[in-house]
Design a protein around this ligand. Sequence first.
Ligand code: URA
Length: 275
Amino acid sequence: MKRRAKAAAPKQAPRKRVLKTLDRALSKLGFCSRTEAEGWIRAGRVRVNGRAQTNPEAWVELGRDRIAVDNKPLFEGRKRYLLLYKPRGYLTTWRDPQGRPTVYDLLGKTCEWLFPVGRLDLDTSGLLLMTNDSEFAELITNPGYHVPKTYLVKTSTLLGDDQLAALRRGIELKDGPTRPAGVVRLRDSGGRTFLEITITEGRNRQVRRMMEAAGSQVLKLVRTAIGPVRIGRLEIGKWRELTAEEVRALRQCARRQAKRAARAESRRREPPQPV
Ligand code: URA
């Protein structure tokens, strides 16, 4: 009997496909709201791989399908990765119907097709990554990868050790308990607590909601790091390119965290057998 040749093990893990509906893709990439995207698509302004696509629900694969709005490709040329120090009062969207400033006002014309990697609230300042690499953005923002994000927080009241312990353990929010967080008290002064918190999720207004659940409020919130990349001495409102080493370190951090989370999950599902 003929023996079947054993399939060679793939040298690399298969590339993760990032599939989204066309309207979600445009809004997730920060170009417009989902409603605006739907209007553009129905009006025939959006092309996918050279053909007009008028169905907002059509699936597209980010990083592979070529998407263009008004014949302008969304992703051109080399991959770019910027680190911007977002000031308070700037939106992380492409345009604001109310005319408020957006992070694109800080980038200048050449960077107009980059999109933010995740969002920061209007009132949050600090480290914002911008890129045209959707696969990279997915690695950093996908909740399954657990990339740590670090924030400096000034709270409206003094927080006791028990409140900090609750934040560390995980605190109950409307959309479920938070994962364990790293929390370090930096100082107490003038009736406020200054702390550093590191979370591995990216839920909407998460840090603000965590402080509210702990019985206080955020007065100031600054993101200082994503994984191994820190904001350092960059001036507020300025940006710089990430180094190749920083991009590599971020990818590595996401993969490592994802593996760690998968191991923890399988331990949780399969408790040790009694002997
Ligand atoms: N958590 C928040 O509450 N707001 C942000 O902008 C980021 C994290």
